[in-house]
Each structure stands twice: as C-alpha cells, then as structure tokens.
Design a protein around this ligand. Structure first.
Ligand SMILES: Cc1cc2nc3c(=O)[nH]c(=O)nc-3n(C[C@H](O)[C@H](O)[C@H](O)COP(=O)(O)OP(=O)(O)OC[C@H]3O[C@@H](n4cnc5c(N)ncnc54)[C@H](O)[C@@H]3O)c2cc1C
Length: 598
C-alpha cells in the first residue's frame, strides 16, 4: 500500500522563504489580513482531508472505475467517492478561493493551489470533479450575465453542484473550428442545443444534485471555423428563478470511455438532444470566454502532475530505504545485513533526485504563477495587474506541458525504483504512471502548448514577455555575481539566459521563411524555456538555503534543498544543450520525408 504525507514544510518554504507571499498580500486590500498562520491552518486541515479522506480511496477508485446505468443514464462513482465529496462540501472546501459575493471565502489563489496539489497527490481522479467545477465557476464569473451568476455561482461555490467543460466532439479535438454542435435560438431568449460531445470529464455522476455544463456550439448563421463558436450554460436539471430544480434537461450521458488511467473519474460521451441553454458572453466569441476556463484548467493540469510527482517520489524514497539488494560499488555500507539498501546505488539516487527536483521546481513555478494570478485579480495598481496577466499567459503553457512531461518521467522513474514490484498493482506505483499520462494530452496536448508558447507568447510579441522574465534572472545573477557558493547555479543560468535570445531569434528568422520551422522546434523550445524558468527558481531556492545555512540554521531541510539544486543543475539542466541542437536541426528532416510515409 502506498502512503502520502502532505509536503507542508516545502510549501511553507516556497510561500514564505522564496515568494514572500504575505508581503504581496499586504499590497492587495482583499488579502491584506492574510498572514502566515492563517495559511498554515488552512493547509494543515486541507492536508488532513487529502491524506485521510481522499488518499485511501485512490486505489479503490482505480480498481472499480465508474459505471453507467444505460436506462437512467446515471453514472455511479466508486465506493466512498460521494461520501468524500459530501465531507468536502461540509468542510467548505469548494469555496476556498471563490468570491465572497457568491458565498466564497475569498482566500488567495496561491493557497487554493497548494490545496489542489495535495488533493491531486491523494486522488487525481476524484479531484477532477471539483477541479472542473472551479473552471466552470471562473468562466461564469468572468463572462456570465448577472442572472447567470446569481443562478449558478452560489451553488458552484458551495459545491452543491459541479461543472464541466464540453468542447470535444468525435471529429474535433484540437481544432475546435471543426465543431458541429448546433444552438437554435428560441423566442424566449434561450437556445436549443443539439450534438454529441465526447471525453467529457465528470460529465455525469452521482455526487451532486445538478451538473452545470459549459458547452461550445454553433449558431445557425455562425461563420465557419473558430470565429463561429459560442458558449452556452446547459444545466442537467433546469433551474427555476428561485434556484430550485425543475425538470430534467435534454443532456445525458450516452456512454463511458474505458481508459488507461484516472478510472475513478467519469469520462463521458454526452448527448445533447435539444437541451435548453443560455448564452455566456457574446455570440461567436465563445472560445474567448471558454479560454478563461481553459487557462485555469491548464494550470490545474500542471498541479495534477505535480501532485503525482510528489506522491510517487515519497513512496519511492521510502521503498529505496527499506529494500536491500546488492552491495555498494565502493564496498558494503551495512554489514549487519546481507546486502545494502538500494539507496547506495548511484542510479537509484538519480531516479529519486530527478523526481524530487521536478516536484520542488514545479511547486515553486506553479505557486509563483498562482501568486501572479492573485496580483492580476487583486492588485490595486493597474500596471501590476497587466504585467502579471502577461506573465501568467507566458508561463501557463510551461506549467501545463513542462510539469506534465516531467511527471511522466518522474513517475516512471519512481516505479523503476521498485523494480518488478513497481509493475505490480498493490504498491500503487503503476497507477501513478497511468494517471500521469493523460495530463500530457488533455487541455490542449503538450505539442499545442509548445506552439502556443513559441508561436503566440514568444514570437508573437518578439520575445518581449520572455525578456521581462529574463530581467528577473539578470537581477538574481547581478545580486549573486561575487558569491562563489552561488556560481554553480547562476553561471549556467546566466549562460542559458543569453543563449535564449539568440536561439529564439534564429527560430523566428527561419520561421519567416518557412512556418514549419516553428512546428519543428516548438516542443524542444518549450523544454528549454521550462528549464530556464525552473533554473531560475532552483537558483532562488539554493540562494535561500545558503543564506539559512550561513545564519547557522542546522535544519537538514536546507542541506537537502542545496543538494537537490546541485543535482538539478548538474544532471537535468544540461539537457538544454541537446534540446537546442535538435530544435536547430530544423524542419526539413521531418517534412522532406514523403518516401517514409508513402
Ligand atoms: C480522459 C480524458 C478526459 C478529457 N476531458 C475533456 C473534457 O472534460 N472536456 C473536453 O472538452 N475535452 C476533454 N478531453 C479531450 C481532450 O482535451 C482532447 O483529447 C485533446 O484536446 C486532443 O484532442 P484529440 O484527442 O481529438 O486529438 P487530435 O486533435 O486529433 O490530435 C491528434 C494528434 O495530433 C496533434 N495535433 C493536432 N493538431 C495539431 C497542430 N495544429 N499542430 C501540431 N500537432 C497537432 C496532437 O498534438 C495529437 O498528438 C478529454 C480527453 C481524455 C482522453
């Protein structure tokens, strides 16, 4: 059986020692009173809920999966899922970072993000039910009419209802411009929506009394392609003006997907048979409105993978300490036993350190990103709000793709630490690998994230936002220039920062002659950018650890942080050289291959 301990110590380190979040909060009237004790209390309770309520259901959920009653179209979730959801609602957890105007607690997003990491470590499949709801909440909060907000937000905030996002259709995934679902305007101002959606997470389940679907569909006179898509809110049960539930609406689950992982989450084929909905935002501007939800969801997917990396790491370390096998290459380390623990083997340490470096780097990056969202939403200075929004846009594809790619590597490495036992179900490790794989696919595949980063967020503004991130690196490098202890971190970081300008310029130049150059370089480019950002945070974390050690702090936490930073810069960061080489190899070797595919 696997185990899970919420990584509260590392969260506190990132929140307070690295990001100094409460200094930021003081500048935001809405959060000015939030102090470190409040954050600790929330995270401690949240960690208990994750580890004591959700974690024990993770393997059960995987083994049982969801079931569909074909007569009623109702979906049952695995044993214990509904009771856990009830407990989640009773604890007020869905409301954590929601708007107090709709019953929310108004806590910063960065606190909610820590909570979500723990939920995902404990049980990713379960966490997708409230996770999707939060995205629906955000889209309605940003683009809903006052009436829609009044009708739906209080119930999404309390957790009485959950939400979904219904984009994908059988012939249309990445390219939403191909979407066919139709919305016919009615005399009363509503729309009747007809079509088939597939792969809809949490599309149907037995945990709440109503499900609020956000559906992309096309008006009869809509232009072709992505400029003709509108967004609609379609409840499972009609909602009366007083908030009470009316009749069943014409949207139902026609089938459940059988899949590689996240078995506890219902992935539904949804049939819309003249379902009644109301429009969210403007006609034909549905994608822009849905993007609010998709961006939140993309960062959420990064948190899923961060959670899996952390829990896989914790279990692999515990196993490696216990498992004895072979002697150390440098001679026996524990002669009281017939063999040494596998922790003596360099490659076992490499696998463990890889997972640790990716987990802690991912935590620093994603919490920074969450803090930027708090600034974007609540800072009184409009320039700070705009700068923060711009930086969130740049970092979102990195959080989504880099953290999820890393989690695939890390969970696989942690499984490998178990040898054959990792492949066996009872240890729980193979589930982490299976669950981690979807995170690279949904919410826009990681290829699409890389095109978004390189094409739109970097080349789209001549690298202006990337340069703003580069300014943070320059500031750190200048501050630590004379500090020998920091040289092993800031020297490679500064070098990559300089290389990045030329590297980006080269791809941009080649792309002007041949647009395929962007497609050929983008995935490698995102990984290089990911390391640039991780490198910055690992250098910052090393800086704090060195300061604490210099002050005489003997907590091994700081030694461990420093050692992990060293490992990261020595063994993972240098991957950037080969990535730049393969990106520079260009598109011809990919596109001039007609004979291969003839
Ligand atoms: C378990 C699960 C849950 C999901 N949950 C939801 C949900 O809640 N709501 C929802 O609406 N959808 C959901 N999805 C759908 C998911 O978002 C899509 O699967 C994903 O967007 C990819 O679409 P696709 O599967 O049609 O692949 P395709 O779009 O057919 O892509 C196939 C391959 O081609 C590549 N490709 C496509 N276009 C390009 C391009 N322009 N440039 C380069 N490469 C390209 C892709 O990267 C991919 O590798 C879910 C899917 C799964 C499996």
């Amino acid at each position: 059986m696997p185990s899970y301990t919420p990584p509260l110590r590392d969260m506190q380190f990132v929140l307070h020692d690295v990001l100094h979040v409460t200094d930021d909060f003081k500048a935001m009237p809405k959060h000015a009173d939030i102090d470190a004790d409040t954050i600790s209390a929330v995270l401690e309770e949240g960690g208990k809920f994750a580890s004591e309520v959700l974690f024990p259901l993770n393997q059960i959920g995987d083994a049982q999966g969801c079931t569909l009653d074909r007569d009623t179209h109702e979906v049952s979730t695995p044993d214990g899922f509904k009771a856990a959801f009830d407990q989640y609602v009773q604890g007020g957890w869905p409301a954590l970072s929601c708007d107090p105007a709709y019953g929310g607690q108004g806590l910063p997003i960065v606190v909610n993000q820590c909570f979500y990491e723990m939920l995902n470590s404990a049980n990713q499949a379960w966490t997708m039910y409230p996770g999707l709801s939060h995205g629906a909440y955000e889209a309605l909060h940003a683009h809903g009419t006052d009436a829609q907000k009044a009708l739906y937000l209080p119930k999404l905030t309390s957790g009485e209802w959950t939400g979904t996002m219904c984009l994908t259709e059988p012939h249309c995934g990445t390219d939403l411009g191909l979407l066919r679902t139709k919305a016919e305007p009615q005399a009363d101002g509503t729309y009747r929506i007809t079509g088939n959606k597939i792969f809809i997470s949490a599309g149907e389940h037995n945990m709440v009394s109503n499900i609020v679907h956000l559906v992309l569909a096309r008006l009869p006179d809509a232009p072709a392609g992505s400029k003709g898509i509108s967004l609609f809110v379609v409840p499972k049960f009609h909602v009366n003006d007083d908030g009470s539930l009316g009749d069943r609406n014409g949207i139902y689950c026609g089938g459940l997907e059988h899949k590689m992982g996240i078995h506890g989450n219902a992935t539904c084929q949804m049939v819309l048979d003249g379902a009644v909905g109301t429009m969210v935002g403007q006609p034909n501007k549905g994608l822009a409105a849905m993007f609010v939800m998709m961006n939140a969801a993309r960062i959420g997917v990064g948190m899923q993978s961060l959670g899996l990396t952390e829990v896989a790491y914790q279990n692999a370390v515990a196993y490696a300490k216990d498992r004895i096998q072979s002697r150390s290459l440098t001679g026996p380390k524990d002669i009281s036993k017939p063999a040494d623990s596998i922790l003596v083997h360099p490659d076992v340490r490499k696998m463990l350190l890889t997972a640790k470096a990716y987990a802690e780097g991912g935590r620093a990056l994603s919490l920074y990103c969450a803090l930027l969202i708090d600034r974007e939403l609540n800072h009184p200075d409009a320039t700070v709000r705009a700068d923060s929004a711009e930086m969130v846009a740049l970092l979102t594809p990195i959080v989504k793709a880099f953290i999820t790619d890393n989690a695939w590597t890390a969970t696989s490495a942690c499984m490998q630490v178990f040898g054959g036992h990792g492949f066996i179900r009872e240890w729980g490790m193979e589930q982490y690998v299976r669950d981690a794989r979807i995170n690279m696919i949904y919410e826009g595949t990681n290829t699409i994230q890389s095109l978004d980063l390189l094409g739109r967020k970097v080349l789209g503004n001549q690298g202006a936002t990337l340069k703003k991130f580069g300014a943070h690196i320059t500031e750190l490098v200048m501050a630590e220039q004379g500090n020998e202890d920091m040289a092993e971190f800031i020297t490679p970081l500064a070098k990559l920062g300089q290389q990045m300008t030329q590297f980006t310029g080269e791809i941009g130049y080649k792309a002007m002659q041949n647009a395929d150059e962007v497609g050929a370089a983008a995935v490698d480019y995102l990984r290089v950018a990911g390391h640039l950002v991780f490198g910055y945070f690992w250098a910052r974390m090393a800086q704090v650890a060195l300061q604490k050690i210099a002050e005489g702090n003997r907590d091994t936490f700081y030694q461990a942080k420093l050692q992990t930073a060293r490992f990261y810069f020595a063994k993972l960061f240098p991957e950037t050289a080969s990535l730049m080489a393969t990106a520079r190899a260009g598109s011809a070797v990919l596109m001039e291959t007609d004979a291969v595919f003839a």
